[in-house]
Design a protein around this ligand. Sequence first.
Ligand code: ITT
Ligand code: NA
Length: 206
Amino acid sequence: GILIVATKNAGKIREFQHAFAPLGLTVKSMFDYPELPDVVEDGTTFAENALKKSKQIGEALGLPVLADDSGLCVDALDGRPGVYSARYAGEGSSDGDNNLKLLSELERLKQGEDTGQPLLSTARFVCALSLYDPSTAAELTAEGAVEGWITSEPAGGGGFGYDPLFYLPEFEKTMAELTLEEKQSVSHRGMALRLLTEKLAAQGDR
Ligand code: ITT
Ligand code: NA
């Protein structure tokens, strides 16, 4: 079967493909439906934006659709960039632009003081998933989070987005230094996917 995911983020697509392939599901993304307009993500929470994406695309296609809204919440920045993670350095900004912006905001807080300490602030990645079925108007949701530190020493070529700056003390590695399997086992998205799968299975039992 196929699973439609309302995303244009290549990093997310890779992780969903990896997660759903063992279930015999092929992932389709918004790259397979170029005629569909982008969803305006003006919600104030990850959950709100995830529902907006799954519902708009699900209704447009008349098929069940999964959506992911996620981001990075940095404690020293009062939770920013949060729901603005994808466009932190401006509309259409690249992952590289956003990472530079994050480090410069955290450096600004130190006001020139060099502590020699690469770990700048605690932070968490959050992922809200929404599965919307237009035939019943039913929505299933799940949220996952992972705690770590923002490091001034980016490392790793895996993952996407802020992964090279997100340091996990228990691995002594950044998220970008983990394999896809390792990332799935600890990440916000992996946790949300496991919770969503449990909810789906519980529904199937009813
Ligand atoms: P779609 O809306 O098309 O799914 P997007 O990239 O715009 O793609 P979001 O609005 O959910 O997605 O923004 C999430 C941003 O948060 C994303 O661009 C990354 O910069 C960051 N992010 C989310 N999950 C991440 C992860 O697993 N690793 C690193 N950065 C992540
Ligand atoms: Na988005």
